[in-house]
Write a protein that binds this ligand. Structure first.
Ligand code: BJW
Length: 248
C-alpha cells in the first residue's frame, strides 16, 4: 500500500481552515528567505562569518568573552536586513490575523519583517535584532537610536553596557513570550510550521505540543524536517508561493 501523499491532502486542509477557531503559526528563517535574509542552515551548510560558525558567535558564551565581536556580527546582519522587505508570505500571514477568530503568529526570526508587513502582537521567541538590552538594568533601546559609533552601546538609563536583545544559544527565551506561545499552540485547531528546520528547542516543541493537544499540523517548507513525519499535511515549496495559494 503506497504511503499517503501528504503534500496533496489540501482539501481537508481547506475544510479545517474554513472551520478553524484558533490558528497558530510558527515561522523560521525560511519565511524571510525570499526577502533576501540568509537562512542559518541553508543547503546543509551552517552560516559562517569571519570563519566562525554562527553557533559560536550567536552564543551566551561569546557575549561574556567578546561583546564587541557580537556587536560587529549583528551590525553586519542589520546591514543586510536594511535592504530586505517583507515578501508575499509575510503579507499573507498579516492578512490571516483578521481571517480567524483567534490567530497567533510566533516567530523565531529577529528581523522584524512580520511587523513590517502589518502583523500585530507577533510573539518574537528569539528577540529582535533592532533592539539593544542593558546587561546591567535590563532596559531596552532601539539600536537605531543608540550611538552607532559606540560598540558596545552605553545604556542611557544607567550607563551599563548593552547587548543585542536576541536569544542566543544557551540562553532562556523571554518567559512571558514563551508562556503565551505555549498556551496558544496547545489550544489551536490548526498549527502551521513555516520555513523552519525545526531543530532548535524549545521553539521546535511548540508544533509538537499543538499536535498532541489535537491540532491539525501543516508544514510549509521546500525541504523535509524532523517534524514532517508527524504533520497532517506537508506543502513542499517556498512560503511566498504556497501561503498566498491558501487564501480563498
Ligand atoms: C524555506 C524557504 C522558503 C528555505 N520558504 N521555507 C534539546 C536537545 C539538544 C539541545 C537542546 C535541547 N534543548 C535546548 C537545546 C540547546 C539549544 C538547541 O536547541 N540546540 C539545537 C541546535 C540542538 N537551544 C537553546 O540554547 C535555546 N535555549 C535554551 O534551550 O535555554 C535553556 C537552556 C539554557 C542553558 C543551557 C541549556 C538549556 C535558545 C535557542 C536560541 C536560538 N537562537 C538562534 C540565534 C538567534 C540570534 C541570531 O540570529 O544570531 O536563533 S539559533 C538560530 O536557529 C536562530 C533561529 O531562530 C533558529 C532556528 O533556525 P530556523 O529559523 O529554523 O532556520 P534554519 O536556517 O535552520 O532553517 C531554515 C528552513 O527554511 C529550512 O528548513 C529550509 O528548508 C527552509 N526554507 N527557503 C519556506 N522560501
Amino acid at each position: 500500500m503506497p504511503e499517503k501523499d501528504k503534500s496533496v491532502n489540501t482539501s481537508e486542509l481547506r475544510g479545517r481552515l474554513r472551520e478553524a477557531r484558533s490558528v497558530f503559526v510558527l515561522t523560521g528563517a525560511g519565511v524571510s528567505a525570499e526577502s533576501g535574509v540568509p537562512t542559518f542552515r541553508g543547503g546543509g551548510q551552517a552560516a559562517v562569518w569571519k570563519g566562525m560558525p554562527f553557533e559560536v558567535i550567536s552564543s551566551a558564551e561569546m557575549v561574556g568573552r567578546d561583546l564587541k565581536l557580537v556587536w560587529d556580527w549583528f551590525d553586519y546582519r542589520r546591514g543586510v536586513l536594511q535592504t530586505c522587505r517583507p515578501n508575499p508570505a509575510h503579507d499573507t500571514l498579516a492578512r490571516w490575523q483578521t481571517r480567524f477568530p483567534r490567530f497567533t503568529l510566533a516567530t523565531q526570526n529577529i528581523d522584524g519583517l512580520h511587523a513590517e508587513a502589518g502583523s500585530h502582537g507577533v510573539l518574537e521567541l528569539h528577540g529582535n535584532a533592532w533592539r539593544a538590552r542593558c546587561l546591567n538594568c535590563g532596559s531596552r533601546e532601539d539600536v537605531r537610536e543608540t550611538d552607532a559609533g559606540v560598540r558596545p552601546p552605553i545604556c542611557r538609563a544607567c550607563g551599563g553596557l548593552m547587548r543585542p536583545d536576541v536569544v542566543l544559544f544557551g540562553e532562556i527565551l523571554p518567559e512571558d513570550v514563551w508562556v503565551e506561545a505555549a498556551e496558544r499552540a496547545a489550544t489551536s485547531d490548526v498549527c502551521f510550521v513555516v520555513g523552519t528546520s525545526a531543530i532548535v528547542y524549545p521553539a521546535a516543541g511548540l508544533p509538537v505540543a499543538a499536535m498532541r493537544a489535537g491540532a491539525f499540523l501543516v508544514e510549509v517548507n521546500p525541504e523535509e524536517t524532523p517534524l514532517s513525519e508527524i504533520c497532517d499535511v506537508t506543502l513542499r515549496g517556498a512560503a511566498g508561493e504556497v501561503l498566498p495559494r491558501l487564501e480563498f
